[in-house]
Design a protein around this ligand. Structure first.
Ligand code: COA
Length: 436
C-alpha cells in the first residue's frame, strides 16, 4: 500500500484515538511544546472509565485536564522534568512523581523505567516520501518503537520542520493518526532584570569570541545569553534552544563558524521559545536536531573546543554543592542536562562551566533569604556535586571552585554572598570547622 492510502486508512477522530487507551496501559507522550495536548486531554477526559493508567510526560507548558486529585488511581502521572504545566497541576493538590536521572540517559529511562506500551507523538504532516518530522521536541522517539505496541500520531500543520538526523517517523510506523492543528505553545520570554544583568556581566567578560555555548532553562541563563550580543563567531551546541540564541543569531553574534563539531550548524536537542523563533527554525539548514542522549552526552559536548555552559541554580552550600531542581523536599523542576553540560564543558579544550543565581530570594513577606547557605535544607537535591562545580556567580562576583579545598570554597562563596549574610555565614562556617 502506498503511504497516502495507509495514512487515510489510519486516520480517525481524536475521541476514537483516545478510546484505544485501555486500563493498565503505560502511555508516553512527546515532551514540552511538542506534547499532543488535544489528544492527551481526550484521554484525560476518559479518566473515570480508566484504571491504573500510567502517563509519562516531560516539561509540560500547560496542565492537562487529568492533573486533578480525583484522577488518582485512574491516570497517574510521572514526569521526567517538572515544567509550568506540572507545577500548575500541583496547585490543585494533584501529585506527580518525578524521575531522578541525567538527560543524556533518557534512552535508559525510556527502555528500562518507563517501558511504555503506548506512544503518543505530535508530528508534522508527512513529506513527499511519507516521513513526518518531530517538531520542536523529538526526545524519546528513537526508543518508543522498541516498547510500544500502539503508536498514535497527532499530525499538526503548525509544527515546524527542524532538520534532523534519523529522527523522522514514517506513516507506516503509526497505528492511528489524528489531525489537530493546535498552536505550538510558546515559552514566555521574561525580560532580564537589572540584577540578572549584573550577574550576567561577571560571566560575559570571561566568554571568548568563537566559543560554543549551551544555555539552560530559566531567567538568569537567558539573561547571560542576551548579554552576549556584542560577541563574535559564537556557536551553539545545546540541549534547549532558547530565545536568546535566536536573538544572538539575528544580531550576528552567533554564526557557528568556529565550531569544531558540526561547523556551520547549531546542534540542538529541542527548542522552546516564541512563534518567531519557531518560524526561524522551520526548514533552517543551519540547525541540526539530534537525539538528546547524543547531544547531552558529556563526551560529545567535550568535542566542541572552547565550550561554555551557562546554567541557573537555586542554591549553593558552603561546600560548593549546587542545588538547581528542588527547594527542600519540593521538587521544582528536574536535573535535566545541567550536570551533563557542566561535565562536558570542563572536559572541552579551553571549556568553562558557569552556574549563576541571584544572591538572595525575596519571600512574600518581604524578608530575604540567602541562596548561599552553610547547608542545604533537608531534602534539597544536589544537582551538581561539589567535585563537578567550576564557576559560581552572583551579582556580587564570580568564583572558580574547580578542584579547590573545602576552606577555599567556603571563603570564596561567602565573598559572593549578599553582604547582609556574610558575617553570619562566616561564623557558621568557622563553628562547623569548614573554615580553618
Ligand atoms: N530558596 C527558596 N526558594 C527559592 C530559592 C531558594 N534558595 N531559589 C529560588 N527560589 C524560588 C523562587 O523565588 C521562585 O519562586 P516562585 O516560583 O514562587 O516565583 C522559584 O523558586 C524558581 O526560582 P527562579 O530562580 O525564578 O527559577 P527559574 O525559572 O529562573 O529557573 C532553575 C531556575 C534553577 C530552577 C532552572 O534553571 C532549573 O530547573 N534548572 C535545572 C535543570 C537545568 O538547568 N537544566 C539545564 C539544561 S536546560
Amino acid at each position: 500500500m502506498n503511504w497516502k492510502a495507509d495514512y487515510e486508512k489510519k486516520k480517525m477522530s481524536v475521541e476514537e484515538a483516545a478510546k484505544l487507551i485501555k486500563s493498565g496501559d503505560v502511555v508516553w507522550a512527546t515532551p514540552n511544546n511538542n506534547a499532543p495536548y488535544t489528544l492527551l486531554n481526550a484521554v484525560g477526559a476518559r479518566y473515570k472509565e480508566l484504571k491504573d493508567v500510567k502517563l509519562a510526560v516531560q516539561l509540560l507548558i500547560k496542565p492537562l485536564n487529568c492533573f486533578i486529585p480525583e484522577a488518582k488511581g485512574h491516570i497517574d502521572v510521572f514526569t521526567g522534568f517538572k515544567g509550568p504545566g506540572e507545577r500548575a497541576g500541583e496547585k490543585t493538590g494533584w501529585k506527580v512523581d518525578t524521575a531522578a536521572f541525567q538527560l543524556h540517559r533518557h534512552d535508559e529511562l525510556m527502555l528500562n523505567v518507563i517501558k511504555a506500551n503506548v506512544g503518543l507523538m505530535q508530528v508534522t504532516p508527512p513529506n513527499e516520501e511519507g516521513y513526518c518530522y518531530l517538531g520542536c521536541n523529538p526526545t524519546g522517539v528513537t526508543e518508543i518503537f522498541d516498547t510500544a505496541e500502539l503508536i498514535i500520531a497527532q499530525v499538526n500543520k503548525n509544527n515546524p520542520i527542524i532538520p534532523n538526523e534519523n529522527l523522522c517517523v514514517h506513516v507506516s510506523q503509526f497505528d492511528a493518526i489524528v489531525e489537530v492543528d493546535e498552536e505550538i505553545l510558546v515559552s514566555p520570554n521574561i525580560e532580564p532584570s537589572d540584577l540578572d544583568k549584573q550577574v550576567a556581566a561577571h560571566i560575559v567578560e570571561r566568554i571568548p569570541n568563537g566559543a560554543t555555548i549551551q544555555i539552560g532553562i530559566g531567567g538568569i541563563a537567558n539573561a547571560v545569553g542576551y548579554s552576549l550580543e556584542n560577541h563574535k563567531d559564537l556557536g551553539v551546541h545545546t540541549e534547549l534552544y532558547v530565545e536568546a540564541m535566536y536573538y544572538l543569531t539575528k544580531k550576528g553574534a552567533i554564526n557557528n563558524s568556529k565550531k569544531t563539531l558540526y561547523p556551520g550548524k547549531a546542534v540542538i536537542g529541542f527548542a522552546s521559545g516564541s512563534k518567531e523563533m519557531y518560524d526561524f527554525l522551520h526548514n533552517n539548514p543551519n540547525i541540526i536536531n539530534r537525539e538528546i542522549q547524543w547531544v547531552n552526552n558529556p563526551v560529545v559536548v567535550a568535542q566542541n573546543d572552547n565550550f561554555v555552559s551557562l546554567n541557573a541554580c537555586l542554591g549553593v552550600d558552603l561546600l560548593g554543592q549546587v542545588s538547581s531542581e528542588s527547594i527542600g523536599f519540593r521538587q521544582f523542576s528536574g536535573t535535566g542536562g545541567q550536570l551533563d553540560f557542566v561535565r562536558g564543558a570542563q572536559k572541552s579544550k579551553n571549556g568553562m562551566s558557569f552556574l549563576a543565581m541571584q544572591s538572595v530570594v525575596e519571600k512574600k513577606d518581604g524578608s530575604r533569604i540567602s541562596k548561599i547557605t552553610l547547608t542545604h535544607a533537608p531534602g534539597s537535591a544536589i544537582t551538581v556535586p561539589r567535585t563537578d562545580v567550576q564557576y559560581v556567580c552572583t551579582e556580587y562576583g564570580i568564583v572558580n571552585l574547580q578542584n579547590q579545598s573545602i576552606d577555599y570554597r567556603a571563603r570564596a562563596l561567602i565573598s559572593i554572598a549578599h553582604p547582609d549574610f556574610r558575617d553570619e555565614l562566616e561564623f557558621e562556617a568557622k563553628k562547623a570547622g569548614i573554615i580553618i
